[in-house]
Each structure stands twice: as C-alpha cells, then as structure tokens.
Design a protein around this ligand. Sequence first.
Ligand code: FAD
Length: 369
Amino acid sequence: LIPTTVSSHPSRAFHTFEFFPPRTPQGLLNLLDRIHRLISAPLCPPVGINVTWGAGGSTMVKSLELAEEIVKLVKEDGREGRVEVVLHLTCTNMRRGLLDQALKKCRQLGIQNILALRGDPPRKEEYRPAPGPNTTSSFSTSTGNSNQPPAPSKTLDDLDPADMLNEQNDQEDEDEDEFTYAEDLVRYIRNQEGGEWFCIGVAGYPTPHLDSPTPESDIHFLAQKINAGADFIITQLFYDVDGFVEWVGRVRGAGVDVPIIPGLMPIQNYASFRRLINLCKCPVPKQIIDDLDPIKSDDAAVKRYGITLATKMIQRLLDADLPNVRGVHFCTLNLEKSVRTIMENLGWVQQQHPQHSAGSMEGEVGHTG
Ligand code: FAD
C-alpha cells in the first residue's frame, strides 16, 4: 500500500511515476519497455506507478490493460510489494456498473491503490464521437480539465466499453446525481463489501482547484475527502515551491495528516508549458518565466532547463523536511529522458552507459499516446 511503502521507505527520496494508456499496441509495447527500464533502475526504483483514467471511463479498457501489464512487469522483476500500481478512477459521468467492474478487475489483479477523482464533466459534443482506432484517449494530470473522447478499440475480459458507454448514455440521467465529488467515490469504495482492502488516494491542489470559491474551501473539502476514508494525497503539479510549503502548512493546520506526495511535471517544451499553466492557472515564479524567455524557441534548451528546475525543486522539497511530505510524483507524459536525467542528477539512479545515455535514448522515447 502506498502509505505503508511511503512511511517505511528508508528515505524521503523516492518517487512515483504517472503514465497514460497509449493508443496503439506498439505504443503500449514502447511504454512497457520504458517502464521496465525505469523500475529496474539499480539504485532507486519507484514505489508506485500510476495509470491515468480518461474522464467518463473513456480509457477504461486501455487503462486496465496497461495496469495489468505493469502488474506483470513488476512481478517478473521480482518487485512485488515494493512497487505498487495505482489506478486512477474518476466518478462523474461514470455509471456505477463501470466503476464496479473496474474495482472488481483491480481485486483480480491485486491492485489495492486507487486514486479517487471527480474527473471533469465533459462537454457533451466532445464526449462521444464515434469510437474508432484514431480517436485519442489519453489523460495527463497536467490539465486537470482534460475532456477526452473515448477510444475503446478492444475488449478486456468481459468488458465491452463501447456497449457500456452507449448504455451509460441512456442511463446517465438516472445515475447522474450519484457521484458529484471525489468524496462520493471515496465513500463508495470504502462502503463496498471489503472496501477497506483498498488504499485510497485523492488529489490535492496547492493552487486551489478552479471550481473552488476560496482556497479555504478547497482545503476544507480536501479534509472531507480524507474524513470519508482516503489514505494519501497526490498533488496537482506546481512550480512555486514556497507556495507549496505554505499550502502544506494550511493543510496540516486543517488537521489533515496523511502522506502528501508532491506532483511534478518537468517542463518539456515552452508552448505546452504555457498552455498548461494557463489551463491550471498555476502560478509560476517570475524567475522561471525570465529564465525561459530567451530560450523559448530552443526546445532542447527548454528541456534541459526543465530538468535542472525539477532537480532543484526536488532538492528544495527534500530540504524543507515538511511533515509527512515525502517523495515526488512524476507526471511523465509517458516520456523517459527527463525523469531519468533528474534522477541521475539526484543520485537516485546510476548514470547511463554512454551508448544508452539520455541523449541517445531521445530517439526511443517520443510520445506514445
Ligand atoms: P473534487 O475533490 O471533487 O473537487 C472538485 C471541486 O469541488 C474542488 O473545487 C473542491 O474544492 C470542490 N468540492 C469537493 N468536494 C466538495 C463537496 N462535498 N461540496 C462542495 N464542493 C466540493 N482527471 C482524469 O480525468 N483522469 C485522471 O487520471 C486524473 N488524474 C489526476 C491526478 C492528479 C494527481 C490530479 C491532481 C488530478 C487528476 N485528474 C484526473 C484531474 C481531476 O479529475 C480534475 O482536477 C477534477 O476537476 C477534480 O477532481 P478532484 O478529484 O480533485 O475533485
């Protein structure tokens, strides 16, 4: 379980990785190769690997497929019990039947850790395009507002998400009041028979969630999610370490004492960074904007800057020694190079042999999603 692994971890310096399910079988194979390299890193494997979930269950089959493959990888690598799989689950616009099936599958696979999320209500016209092999179905924590079209292209065991989504369409009015907030999902999982078997994480927002009228109300409802039965918090990405430290103080002041894992997304390129911070309304220290300005059209330089920045942020977070704030959650965007180099910088993994160095890996790693 994430909190146990986290609390018993010999140092604060550990990490979890977040991946989204790739669209194609080849993308899945590429991603599994990357994950294999990352979990077999000799000095410091991750304690958790998160698999995202498309809003409304749009990536249900592919998310469960990826989670299953990671479970196998972890077993094959002899790291069972030391590397946890964490499945994200959203609850709005999800029929209870789909949630039940996902939870059942988790039990079958031995996946105990669930990140319970509200998800974002889709705009109807974007939500249900005709499912087909070319529709995209990825999600990244970075957006916090991603409305992804469903792209179910195959079935997993008895699940047929295309049928289920159609069925869901018909029944959504009936179910629509059941889950309004993540708290409802936390309570739903906990109240199931054997619900205590699951270890439940929830999202926290160092910059208040866009729907929150005040920062205080956001922390109040975070505390309610914990009171409903959640065990740990993974935060939305941020770039302002001072702001994060201050937020943690307020969360602890509200009586929330569960582990908090800070979410970090290394900057990969300038345009996507700007889009991201606009979308999340995430405050960025002026120094970072000033540093990026002269290099913004040089992608390689921006990526190098992102690596250096993330390395320094992690060092500052570790030095801050905040109560029960341990490790770091990498939003990888399914990319390997930046996170590996950051971990090398921190001494968490050995430097790669020159022919497998970050530079030569570049070709192997592009987006899979
Ligand atoms: P909630 O906790 O329900 O909060 C949403 C808003 O409602 C907040 O303003 C909150 O203060 C308020 N609120 C909460 N409870 C109550 C209440 N009882 N009464 C009144 N107001 C309330 N999205 C995906 O689709 N797939 C993913 O895989 C995914 N992974 C994520 C991972 C992380 C680490 C993070 C931070 C976000 C992720 N998201 C994901 C995005 C998330 O779904 C969105 O940010 C969504 O808008 C809010 O989800 P939540 O669980 O934080 O919602």
